[in-house]
Design a binder for this molecule. Structure first.
Ligand code: NAP
Ligand code: MG
Length: 402
């Protein structure tokens, strides 16, 4: 076949460990034979981040601003163990954190659903997409250990030098304190991203916080969402036949479990971090969870929600067989290629992304899968290794093109 052309580059961000191995395999087998792939390549593998003093991460995020769409492989966030393993100059920050800070985006995570793996929650029939506010709160906090007796206060000084102050606590003995913040600007862009994304998917938007306890902090989130909904989205939602629904976080958790899915759930930063792992596991496997960072300017970065699958990588290094699931990484590529296609009006590329997704889902639904899925699937299953799973998808993808 004649390969599908690509006019504008896609920002390609390579990563670490097992997902780096998968990255190359799936490009070679599932993309390069069909697409005249046009990417601007950034190596975010930990060694290269260390060599460049992490400049490569910043450069890749800026490239997404230039081209609009990126696809990212999972990367190691260094900890103490990685410092010695990779002989690092510094404990470099999480690349995802750096990229999120530059793009100021919202992360949407949705499960890939196949008909032979039933969610743990019996009522769930459709995907639940979690939107995580990717700025502030506990992730940008300032914290202190209180050594002993004394008073902790919260102060704000305006430009004129006037200070308002509130007592946090009068300590009798040792304890802990934390200060966190958010900005109306970031909450507003989070709200807009969520309202638009749900409208795009024609699904209801849920938002939850703890405004009854946090009458200023969380209540501000609730108010901003309500104002933006009324001013900018109410009519569009009514036309589309979808709803915006606000409730307390604990009520939301209870309702989510009893629901049949099919909505976007907007969560504050910490709630999103925790709930997305819960929802991913309940839908089946973390390896079936996709993730996209959407910035208010309309830049998109696609990736798998899971990490670098370190345990499998060490087996791979020892020459042992692995059965690592590449679905979420494949869907990161299809998401990015489809978006590139939409922006460039490249119908062939959009169709290719659809076909690759169909071929991948068909492989699992026909019973061919990696070990993580076989543990969950109903009916007959054939467990394959990392490479053979990708080859099985290739067989089904070829049916669309030969
Ligand atoms: P992980 O890579 O998500 O893997 C945790 C476990 O989940 C694996 O050991 C495996 O279970 C299972 N799993 C995850 N993805 C799988 C897949 N595709 N196929 C089959 N099984 C899969 O998390 P981690 O081991 O805690 O973290 C490893 C590294 O990833 C860390 O350095 C962390 O910093 C990084 N990380 C990066 C990102 C990112 O870049 N977005 C996100 C999270 C973590 P079994 O071992 O039981 O088979
Ligand atoms: Mg988490």
């Amino acid at each position: 076949m004649k390969k599908i052309p690509m006019t504008t580059p896609l920002v390609e961000m390579d990563g670490d460990e097992m997902t780096r191995i998968i990255w190359k395999m799936l490009k070679d087998e599932l993309i390069l034979p069909y697409v005249e792939l046009n990417t601007e390549y950034y190596d975010l593998g930990l060694e290269h981040r260390n060599e460049t003093n992490d400049q490569v991460t910043v450069d890749s995020a800026n490239a997404i601003k230039k081209y609009g769409v990126g696809v990212k492989c999972a990367t190691i966030t260094p900890n103490q163990a990685r410092m010695s393993e990779y002989d690092l100059k510094e404990m470099w920050k999480s690349p995802n954190g750096t990229i999120r800070a530059i793009l100021d985006g919202t992360v949407f995570r949705s499960p890939i659903i196949v008909n032979n793996v039933k969610p743990f929650v019996k009522t769930w029939k459709k995907p639940i997409t979690i939107a995580r506010h990717a700025y502030g709160d506990i992730y940008k906090n300032v914290e202190m250990k209180v050594p002993g007796k004394g008073q902790a206060t919260l102060n704000f000084t305006n430009e004129a030098g006037e200070t308002v102050s509130e007592v946090i606590h009068n300590f009798d003995g040792p304890g802990i304190i934390m200060g966190m913040h958010n900005t109306n600007k970031s909450i507003e862009s989070f709200a807009r991203a969520c309202f638009s994304y749900a409208l795009d998917r024609k699904e209801d938007l849920w938002f939850s916080s703890k405004d009854t306890i946090s009458k200023k902090y969380d209540h501000t989130f609730k108010d901003i969402f309500a104002e933006i909904y009324d001013a900018e989205f109410k009519e569009k939602y009514e036309e589309a036949g979808i709803e915006y629904f606000y409730t307390l976080i604990d009520d939301a958790v209870a309702r989510v479990i009893k629901s049949e899915g099919g909505f976007v759930w907007a969560c504050k930063n910490y709630d999103g971090d925790v709930m997305s792992d819960m929802v991913a596991t309940a839908f089946g496997s973390l390896a079936m969870m996709t993730s996209v960072l959407v910035s208010p300017e309309g830049y998109y970065e696609y990736e798998a929600a899971h990490g670098t699958v370190q345990r499998h990588y060490y087996k791979h290094l020892k020459g042992e067989e692995t059965s690592t699931n590449s679905m979420a990484t494949i869907f990161a590529w299809t998401g990015a290629l489809r978006k590139r296609g939409e922006l460039d009006k490249n119908e062939e590329l959009i169709a290719f992304a659809d076909n690759l997704e169909k071929a991948s889902i068909a492989t699992i639904e026909e019973g061919v899968m990696t070990k993580d899925m076989a543990l969950l699937a109903e009916g007959e299953t054939k467990v394959v290794n990392t490479e053979d799973f990708i080859k099985e998808i290739r067989v089904r993808l070829d049916r669309f093109y030969n």
